[in-house]
Design a protein around this ligand. Structure first.
Ligand SMILES: Nc1nc2c(ncn2[C@@H]2O[C@H](COP(=O)(O)OP(=O)(O)OP(=O)(O)O)[C@@H](O)[C@H]2O)c(=O)[nH]1
Ligand SMILES: [Mg+2]
Ligand SMILES: [Zn+2]
Length: 314
């Protein structure tokens, strides 16, 4: 029996079978995925084959090849990875300028990883209602920057009655018939957005901590929900850092779209854009064609490669 993994809680996977049943499943013994050292060999969004047993539960006997996936380094086991979700059409990265503050480094690391795995990203700037004028100006500047690079940006207010230009209604046409991952730091409003889209979902949400201005990690497992107009949306636990996995140093430049564009004019084709003479990226940075924040994020990922370590701070 074939099915789609819609939820993962510890060692149990909830699978929606092709004939419409929902079956709690486990992985069979020494099941391993070739090439990936992952803390979760099966992820939400995977298509699997089940052997159903008499108790009405099942063993996962096979995983179908993935179209793509979003993966990150496990916080504690730096040599291991964690697959956030598989077979995505797109990811919405929910960010907040404040309450909590999402760092540009976090945004850029997520974007670069999604480029590496060919998952298109939409940036969703949430909690507009909480921002003061300076923060709104900052957000406008950030949106100009990311739109100039080619990323779609949306301004949102997930709670209460939002005016049309920032209501969650904007998301519906983008979600229709697609599999969309919702990711971002804890407390940015991922579950609130899904509750707004699917009032029957009743996902747990919680206020962020006053003293730390950070989320409370309210969502603890990934869950895929079906949209009435076609498609799926995946709620995920908030992530603190985004340690990248398996990205070649040589290829890193190509995951920063605008940096890549300038790099084609560098004197050396193995230029790392850090110190080399004739580096077109450094020149563009100096002339403000490349934003400092983006270049710093590029450097942070380049350093990761040297040290091969997970960066909690982002
Ligand atoms: N004022 C305001 N509050 C919001 C908005 N969106 C979400 N919130 C609030 O922010 C808090 C956190 O929202 P959640 O939906 O739990 O955040 P989350 O991203 O799912 O967090 P984790 O599950 O911990 O990753 C809740 O108190 C929400 O009511 C918004 O647009 N404006
Ligand atoms: Mg949540
Ligand atoms: Zn260069």
């Amino acid at each position: 029996m074939r099915g789609l993994v819609i939820k993962n809680t510890g060692s149990w996977y909830t699978v929606r079978t092709d004939d419409g049943r929902t079956i709690e499943s486990k992985i069979k013994g020494n099941f391993r995925l070739k090439g990936i050292r992952s803390t979760n060999p099966v992820a939400v969004g995977d298509y699997v084959h089940l052997i159903i047993n008499q108790e009405g539960t099942a063993f996962i006997s096979e995983i179908e090849d993935r179209k793509n996936y979003i993966i990150r380094k496990s916080p504690n086991l730096s040599k291991q990875s964690h697959i956030i979700a598989a077979n995505l059409d797109q990811a919405f990265l929910v960010v907040t300028v404040n309450y909590p503050e999402t760092s540009t480094t976090f945004i850029d690391r997520f974007l670069a990883s999604a480029e590496a795995y060919r998952v298109p990203v939409v940036l969703v700037f949430n909690k507009y209602d909480l921002l003061d004028n300076d923060e709104r100006r900052y957000q406008d500047a950030a949106i100009r920057l990311y739109e100039s690079i080619g990323y779609k940006c949306i301004t949102l207010q997930a709670t209460d009655e939002a005016p049309a230009e920032r209501s969650i209604e904007q998301l519906k046409p983008l979600l229709k018939d697609k599999v969309t991952l919702l990711s971002g730091n804890s407390g940015v409003g991922k579950s609130t957005i899904i509750n707004g889209l699917l009032p029957d979902a009743h996902l747990r949400t919680a206020e962020i901590s006053d003293s730390h201005n950070t989320g409370m990690h309210t969502t603890t497992f990934s869950e895929m929900l079906q949209l009435p107009y076609g498609g799926y949306i995946i709620d995920t636990p908030g992530i603190k850092g985004f340690g990248t996995f398996d990205i070649d140093k040589e290829e890193l430049t190509s995951y920063f779209r605008e940096i890549f564009k300038f790099s084609e004019a560098c004197r050396f084709n193995n230029c790392t854009h850090t110190h080399e003479p004739g580096c077109a990226v450094l020149k563009a940075l100096e002339e403000h064609y490349i934003a400092e924040s983006r270049y710093n994020s590029y450097l942070s990922m380049l350093e990761d490669k040297d040290e091969n370590k997970y960066r909690e701070a982002f």
